[in-house]
Design a protein around this ligand. Structure first.
Ligand code: ATP
Ligand code: MG
Length: 297
């Protein structure tokens, strides 16, 4: 095969998959460049996991094409370059993490060191215990260690941090950043928007099997200048109507495209605000705002 896309971790065009009458994925194009981290976002049932399984070669698309470093998805060449964790984990209960990792490592020509990987994912103490009786978070750590055991160039992560405690969350992000710094690429699904923003350069928002918004987070942030203004008022005081502020968590909040103007007017009206902060919108609010602007009220 001519390796036109040999340096391109993921190139997918026109992916579609139907289960009976359910159109899980209707039309998805994806590109992931070397060193790039793409976050796949969207509500439950949007088609994220189905998309990932097609990229991994676990499901054959009804239509469309996937190339992984120029190779057919799921081909031995593609699999040798990739690591993956599915959304659910299930390991033979009589095996230890060390055995599971060694078994997986045997598949690769130049695997990572098992003991190092185990420690990276907080499995040091658990490496030689049978996984029977492991907690959900401990199982998830084994699944994550497995992703990296083959020293992959591209990883597929479907909700990788579900059930992890905050320490494991942090070490996951550390490992991922290091992996990206070394030129690795990844595609990640998550319902944790802050995690997507911490790890990914680009996003694709999927809704009902279609990509409805895509791009670099940096560029998406520049599409709107909205910021969030938050402040407290003494008990019994309410902000004037023009501010359209809402009360939540004992503070008042509003979104504005011109927070300077709002602040000046608050001072002119001598509103006795305290602890005022102006922050950019978080990714979730930003995207829901862009979507509203695009589709109209
Ligand atoms: N094997 C299957 N058989 C029948 N329907 C399926 C199958 N797998 C997925 N679906 C349906 O396809 C749609 C997309 O599912 P998918 O698992 O891709 O969603 P998702 O975006 O990963 O959601 P979540 O955030 O809940 O993980 C859903 O309507 C789901 O019910
Ligand atoms: Mg899913």
């Amino acid at each position: 095969m001519p390796q036109v896309h040999a340096n391109v971790p993921i190139r997918a065009r026109g992916l579609a998959k139907r289960f009976g009458t359910v159109r899980a994925v209707s039309r998805i194009d994806l590109d992931v460049a070397p060193g790039e981290a793409l976050g796949l976002l969207g509500p439950n049932g949007a088609g994220k996991s189905t998309t990932l399984t097609m990229l991994m070669g676990l499901r054959v698309p009804d239509a469309g094409e996937v190339l992984i470093f120029g190779h057919r998805a799921g081909s031995p060449q593609a699999r040798a370059l990739t690591g993956a964790t599915p959304q659910s984990t299930g390991f033979p209960e009589q095996l230890t993490p060390c055995e599971i990792l060694s078994y997986a490592a045997a598949r690769y020509r130049t695997p990572a060191r098992i003991d190092e990987i185990a420690v990276r994912f907080g499995l040091g103490q658990l490496a030689d215990r049978r996984v029977a009786g492991f907690s959900g978070g401990e199982m998830r750590r084994v699944a994550l260690a497995l992703v990296f055991v083959g020293a992959p160039k591209l990883v597929f992560l479907d909700e990788p941090t579900t059930g992890l405690d905050s320490a494991a969350h942090e070490s996951f992000q550390e490992v991922v950043r290091e992996f990206l710094d070394q030129g690795g690429s990844l595609i990640l699904t998550s319902h944790h928007w802050d995690e997507i923003e911490a790890v990914c350069d680009s996003i694709t928002l999927v809704d009902r099997g279609e990509s409805v918004l895509e791009g670099r987070i940096r560029d998406i942030r520049q599409r709107t200048t909205v910021s969030r203004v938050t402040f407290s008022l003494p008990p019994g005081t309410v902000p004037p109507e023009w501010m359209q502020a809402v009360h939540d968590d004992a503070r008042w909040h509003l979104e504005s495209t011109d927070s300077d103007k709002v602040l000046r007017q608050m001072v002119v009206e001598a509103l006795p605000f305290r602890g005022l902060t102006v922050t950019p919108l978080d990714l979730k609010d930003l995207i829901s705002r862009i979507r509203k602007e695009e589709t109209g009220p």
